[in-house]
Write a protein that binds this ligand. Structure first.
Ligand SMILES: Cc1cc2nc3c(=O)[nH]c(=O)nc-3n(C[C@H](O)[C@H](O)[C@H](O)COP(=O)(O)OP(=O)(O)OC[C@H]3O[C@@H](n4cnc5c(N)ncnc54)[C@H](O)[C@@H]3O)c2cc1C
Length: 408
């Protein structure tokens, strides 16, 4: 019989156990403190850098795992440790993927290492797409990039919002409009190098959850960057715009834009983060239910509690299977013909939200306090139905893909 398996191989298992050790020994003990402080946990990122967990090498190794399971496995373990700190560690990866997806080899080689810095001077990176009036509707983006041919420079103007690591990043990847007539087909991605004048941090948001992860506005005011900071290069952009204009004229086949394709491919990784949070909360609830005695017996002796735990575990395993399927498909180069990436993010995000709420309920009054971690996990989980495409947008993508209709 063939070689189908859902078992991790020995290498994957040892990487998983190594990340798990870091999550248990370094992240968990620090989680409550950084949640309260609402600051980037630089010392923890540095610890991760010291052991090679916060590095381009590690990320690339997992990214290119031929089974596709390297990234979801790493995400699940890190977010099992703590979601706020986890996002501070992997947030740079989103910006790195933006460069890997659209950049030339030279751009990848120049900028991605600068996103991570080095062990003695760690850096983070930010991916800036969302704007105050362009959240789910990316085509409403207004940040403009205008080419100054005389100086071979691009000039960026606009306000980005919700940027993870925005303003504190060494390297910002900014998506901007180069041709307003073309909607989202007229967008391009740019590198804003460290210390570029004209880029500043706006408001830093105080959040419900993932509070160790920095989220802020990024303001671009006549921010001039070298021509070579256009990801993919000018020639490729001009070709792509010419094709899009031609298509707009002739009403040719609708082609998915590059940013959307990148999001679809990164969704299983985000789903895996949600699985990690859900699993963490489930484990706390299971332990608690086995030891908390009321009416002379552990509360798990009640079917009302035991069945909740059975459902929680079933949903977590189902979510992981959807995440692994999509991750495997992406690695095998199979297109998401049924929006499998969106399915995995939708289901895992919703699972994290319901499972963490159930965990709080199972812990009773303790669940509602900051003495126990499930309250934080519930706050953290809530972002998973909002960012990287809300649950409604995932359903829209799935429904459009299945029906072939432009459902609104
Ligand atoms: C903590 C955090 C970190 C983030 N990090 C980043 C980042 O690093 N980089 C970045 O670029 N962005 C980031 N985001 C932005 C995030 O992706 C957006 O918040 C998200 O896409 C939703 O956009 P919005 O907030 O404008 O909501 P809106 O788009 O205004 O949506 C509001 C509500 O309307 C619903 N809705 C909208 N359109 C439809 C529709 N057609 N059908 C049905 N329902 C609809 C939505 O589902 C939602 O419930 C982050 C956000 C947060 C909160």
């Amino acid at each position: 019989m063939g070689d189908f398996t859902l078992e991790l191989n020995d290498d994957q298992k040892s990487v998983r156990d190594w990340i798990h050790g870091f999550a248990a020994d370094v992240m968990r003990p620090a989680a409550a403190e950084w949640d309260e402080r609402e600051e980037t946990p630089w010392p923890v990122i540095q610890e991760a850098a010291k052991i090679g967990l916060y590095s381009l090498d590690f990320y690339a190794q997992q990214f290119f795992d031929p089974t596709g399971l390297g990234i979801p496995m790493a995400m699940e373990e890190l977010f099992w440790g703590d979601a706020g700190i986890g996002l501070s560690i992997v947030g740079t990866g989103l910006a790195a993927v933006g460069v890997l997806a659209n950049g030339t080899e030279e751009q990848i080689g120049t900028w991605v290492p600068q996103m991570y810095g080095d062990v003695n001077d760690v850096k983070v990176a930010a991916f800036c797409s969302s704007e105050p009036d362009a959240g789910s509707d990316v085509s409403a983006m207004r940040t403009r990039a205008v080419y100054d041919e005389a100086k071979d420079e691009w000039v960026l103007n606009g306000t980005k919002t919700w940027a993870t690591n925005g303003g504190i990043a060494a390297v910002h990847v900014v998506v901007a409009v180069v041709d307003p007539e073309l909607g989202s087909k007229g967008h391009a991605s740019f590198i804003v190098p460290p210390n570029t004048p004209g880029l500043s941090q706006g408001q830093k948001f105080k959040k419900h959850g993932i509070r160790a992860s920095h989220t802020a506005e990024v303001v671009l005011e006549d921010c001039r960057i070298p021509g070579e900071c256009l990801l993919g290069g000018k020639e490729k952009l001009d070709e792509r715009l010419a094709r899009a204009r031609e298509r707009a004229k002739t009403g040719g086949e609708r082609v998915k834009n590059a940013a959307m394709a990148t999001f679809e491919a990164s969704r299983p990784a985000v789903g895996a983060q949600a699985v990690g949070i859900a699993r963490a909360a489930y484990e706390v609830a299971l332990d608690y239910a086995k030891t908390r005695v009321q009416f002379g017996r552990p509360i798990i002796d009640n079917q009302g509690i035991a069945f909740q735990l059975a459902d929680m575990r079933t949903q977590i395993d189902a979510a992981r299977l959807l995440v692994w399927r999509a991750s495997w498909m992406a690695a095998a180069g199979r297109p998401f013909t049924s929006a499998e990436g969106s399915m995995s993010k939708l289901y895992a995000g919703e699972t994290a939200k319901t499972v963490t709420a159930q965990a709080m309920q199972i812990l009773g009054g303790n669940g509602y306090t900051r003495e126990y971690p499930v309250e934080r996990m519930h706050r953290d989980a809530a972002i998973y139905t909002i960012f990287e495409g809300t649950s409604e947008i995932q359903r829209l993508v799935i429904a459009r893909t299945l029906s072939g209709l432009p459902i609104r």
